[in-house]
Design a protein around this ligand. Structure first.
Ligand code: M6R
Length: 628
C-alpha cells in the first residue's frame, strides 16, 4: 500500500526521502513522488519506480531541510503522474502526501468546488490540501488549519503536509499507520519503521486521531507542550534546561533542533512515549542474497525457534483465556488466514479444542455469535491490515477479548488487543509472507501443545526441527527445486491437494505460486476433487500433493484419481508413493505445515526467476494492506 515519509532536520531532505522511499518499496506501489521546501516547494512525480524518480531529481535544483515523499498504490484515479503524490492546494503552496482512503472525498470536493477550488488530480487525497487552504482563508494559522481540515475527514488516513513559509511538517493518523523516528540527524514521520531504521531506532507510535507538529522553529517559551528532540535523544544539555518545576523538557531550542508536539484531535495535547525498537538494521538488508524472498526463506531455521521464545506470563494468560472462553475465532487475511486454518486443525488434533478459522474480511458475518466470553485471535504479520483491524473492532464492540499474533511491535493491532504475542521473525521485506507464515503456525502449535499440557515435548520438537529446516533451505535443495521449476515454468495451471493440515498447506502453497509467478495455482481439499475440480485435469496437468504419514492412504488415492486422468503428480512427503516427481521432506507430524511449505516457497521463488519476475515485488500487491 502507499508509503509516506516526511523529514525535517539539518541536512538535505532529498537524500533521506529518496532513501526512505526505497526502504518503503516493499509495501508495494505503482508511482512515486517527492516535494522539498526551501523558499518555495519544488516537486517531482513519476508513474513508475523509485529509481526513475531518483534519476529525475537533481539535488542541485531541489534541496531543502524539509520535505515529504510518497509511494502510491492506486485506489482512486489511474496510475498516472498527475495522480501521483504529493498533491497541492490551488496555489501549489501546500503539499500533502496521504495513505488511506478519504471516504467523504466526493462530498468535500463538491463543497470545495463550489467555493472555487480547482482540483488537479482524480485522487481522494487532494482534498486535504484544499481543505487546509480553505481553513487558512478564515485567518487560522497553519497548525489550526490542519487540525480543522483533518477533523472533517472520514475514512482512514495517514497524511503529512507542509506549506511554504512554514518551517514545519504536520502529520496525522487515523486507521492508517504513522510513526515518528527521532534521530540526531532529523525527525522522520513515516508509514513504518524500516523506512528510517538505518538512521534511528527511537520511535514514537502515534495513536488514532493523533496529529503531530514537527517544528524547525519552535517558540522560545515552548515548554511543557513541546517535547524537545534532544531530550528524547538523550543528548543532555544542562544549560538549556527549562527550570520550571512542572517541566522536564528543554526549553531554549537552538536552530539545530526541531520540536515535536502531539495533539489528539479529540483530547488535545498528549504525551506519547519514545520507544526503542530492537531490530538489527542488518536484518532489513539483503546481505549476500539476491532477493529478500530467498533470504527470508533461509532464515526459517532460526525464526521458528524465535517464535516460541515467549514471555511465560503472557503465554499463561493466553492459555487461561482460551480455557475460559466460550467460542474461539482465529482471524487473518492471505497467508495469515492460512496459518489460522492450520491452527484450527492443530487445536483440534492436539488440544481437542474447537476453533473457528475465519477470513478477517468475512468476520462481520459472525458478529451475532460474539459475546464477552468470545476470544478472538487476530493474526497479522504487519498488524496494520485494515480488514483485520475492522474485524477486531467488530469483536471489541461486542465485548469480546482480543489476542493478537503480530510481527511488528507497536503496530495498530497491538493497541487494539488485550494480549499480544510477537512472532519475533525480524523484518519481512518481501511482499510474500514466508518466514512469518511458519512462525505463525509454530506459535499456534505451541499454544495447542501448552493447552494440552505438552509444552516441553513441543519445545524439544522445535529444536530438533532446526536441522531439518536448515537442510530444506540448503543450496542442494534449491538446485533440486530449480529443476522442478523448469518443468513447471511454462504451465498455465498448477493444482495442489492435501487433507487436514495438508489442506491448509496446499492453500498457502497455491498462494505462494500465484502471487510470485503469476501462474494460476489452485488448491483443493483432496476429498473435494471428485465433486468438480477433476474436470480440470488434462494430460500433463501438474498436481502437487502434500502427504503426511498419518493420512497417506486417502490423499494418495486422490492423487491416483488425478494421475488416471493424465495428471502429473509431484509429491511432497517423507515417503515416495510412486510419484512422477518426489520432493523429499522429513515427516514432522503436527509440524508438517512448517516443513512442507518450505519446498514450495523455494519452488515459487525459482518460478519467478525463470519467468523473469522480481520475487520481492509482485505486480499489484502490497505488503501492508491498509485499505478494506
Ligand atoms: O500483514 P498481514 O499478515 O495481516 O497480511 C495479510 C496478507 O495481506 C498477506 O499474508 C498476503 O496474503 C501476503 N502477500 C502473502 O504472501
Amino acid at each position: 500500500m502507499c508509503g509516506i515519509i516526511g523529514y525535517i532536520g539539518e541536512e538535505n531532505a532529498v537524500y533521506f526521502l529518496l532513501k526512505g522511499l526505497k526502504n518503503l518499496e516493499y509495501r508495494g506501489y505503482d508511482s512515486a513522488g517527492i516535494a522539498v521546501l526551501s523558499d518555495v516547494i519544488k516537486w517531482k512525480k513519476v508513474a513508475g519506480r523509485v529509481e526513475e524518480l531518483c534519476s529525475r531529481v537533481n539535488p542541485r535544483e531541489m534541496s531543502g531541510r524539509i520535505g515529504i515523499a510518497h509511494t502510491r498504490w492506486a485506489t482512486h484515479g489511474a496510475v498516472t503522474e498527475r495522480n501521483a503524490h504529493p498533491h497541492f492546494d490551488c496555489t501549489f503552496s501546500i503539499a500533502v502526501v496521504h495513505n488511506g482512503i478519504i471516504e467523504n472525498h466526493r462530498h468535500l470536493k463538491e463543497i470545495l468546488r463550489e467555493k472555487g477550488h480547482k482540483f488537479s488530480s482524480d485522487t481522494d487525497s487532494e482534498v486535504i490540501a484544499h481543505l487546509i487552504e480553505d481553513a487558512l482563508l478564515l485567518n487560522r494559522d497553519f497548525v489550526s488549519a490542519c487540525m480543522h481540515a483533518f477533523s472533517s475527514l472520514e475514512g482512514s488516513f495517514a497524511a503529512i503536509v507542509m506549506k511554504e513559509g512554514e518551517h514545519k511538517i504536520v502529520g496525522v493518523r487515523k486507521d492508517s499507520p504513522l510513526v515518528i523516528g527521532v534521530s540526531a540527524r532529523g525527525i522522520f514521520l513515516a508509514s513504518d519503521i524500516p523506512s528510517f531504521l538505518e538512521w534511528t531506532n527511537r520511535v514514537i507510535y502515534l495513536h488514532n486521531y493523533d496529529m503531530v507538529v514537527v517544528d524547525a522553529d519552535p517558540a522560545p517559551d515552548a515548554c511543557g507542550d513541546v517535547r524537545n528532540v534532544r531530550d528524547m535523544c538523550d543528548v543532555r544539555d544542562v544549560n538549556n534546561h527549562c527550570g520550571a518545576s512542572h517541566c522536564g523538557a528543554l526549553s531554549a531550542l537552538t536552530e539545530k533542533h526541531a520540536s515535536i508536539r502531539i495533539y489528539n484531535l479529540n483530547e488535545g495535547l498528549v504525551q506519547r512515549p519514545v520507544d526503542s525498537v530492537e531490530v538489527d538494521i542488518e536484518q532489513a538488508k539483503k546481505g549476500e542474497f539476491r532477493h529478500f524472498m530467498l533470504k527470508e526463506i533461509t532464515e526459517q531455521a532460526d525464526t521458528i525457534k524465535k517464535a516460541i521464545q515467549q514471555d511465560e506470563e503472557t503465554v499463561k494468560n493466553v492459555i487461561d483465556a482460551i480455557k475460559n472462553a466460550f467460542g474461539i475465532f482465529f482471524i487473518g487475511c492471505g497467508s495469515s488466514y492460512h496459518a489460522c486454518l492450520a491452527g484450527s486443525y492443530l487445536f483440534s488434533r492436539i488440544a481437542k479444542t474447537h476453533v473457528n478459522a475465519v477470513l478477517a474480511s468475512e468476520f462481520e458475518n459472525y458478529e451475532h455469535f460474539l459475546t464477552d466470553k468470545t476470544l478472538v485471535f487476530a493474526v497479522s504479520q504487519s498488524g496494520e491490515t485494515a480488514d483485520v483491524l475492522d474485524a477486531v473492532r467488530v469483536a471489541r464492540d461486542r465485548g469480546s477479548r482480543v489476542i493478537s499474533i503480530v510481527n511488528m511491535m507497536g503496530c495498530s493491532l497491538t493497541r487494539e488487543s488485550d494480549e499480544c504475542l510477537l512472532m519475533n521473525a525480524g523484518p519481512e521485506i518481501c511482499v510474500l509472507s514466508t518466514k512469518t507464515y511458519t512462525s505463525q503456525v509454530t506459535l499456534m502449535a505451541m499454544l495447542a501443545y501448552a493447552l494440552a499440557g505438552n509444552y516441553d515435548d513441543f519445545v524439544s520438537e522445535v529444536k530438533r526441527l532446526y536441522l531439518d529446516i536448515y537442510n530444506l533451505t540448503s543450496r542442494t535443495m534449491r538446485e533440486r527445486l530449480c529443476e522442478v521449476a523448469k518443468m513447471l515454468a511454462d504451465k498455465e495451471h498448477i493444482y495442489l491437494i492435501g487433507r487436514g493440515l495438508q489442506y491448509a498447506t496446499a492453500l498457502e502453497a497455491a498462494l505462494k505460486i500465484k502471487e510470485v509467478s503469476y501462474i494460476h495455482a489452485e488448491a483443493f481439499a483432496g476429498g473435494e476433487l471428485k465433486h468438480g475440480p477433476l474436470a480440470l485435469i488434462d494430460k500433463g496437468t501438474p498436481c502437487i500433493v502434500f502427504v503426511s504419514k498419518d493420512n497417506a492412504s486417502k490423499i494418495i488415492s486422490n492423487a491416483e484419481e488425478v494421475r488416471a486422468r493424465g495428471g502429473y503428480i509431484i509429491g511432497i512427503s517423507s515417503v515416495n508413493y510412486d510419484f512422477d516427481c518426489w520432493i523429499k521432506v522429513p515427516d514432522s507430524d503436527m509440524l508438517n505445515p512448517v516443513v512442507q511449505i518450505i519446498p514450495v516457497q523455494i519452488l515459487a521463488y525459482q518460478l519467478a526467476l525463470l519467468r523473469g519476475l522480481d520475487p520481492d515485488k509482485p505486480r499489484n500487491l502490497a505488503k501492508s494492506v491498509t485499505v478494506t
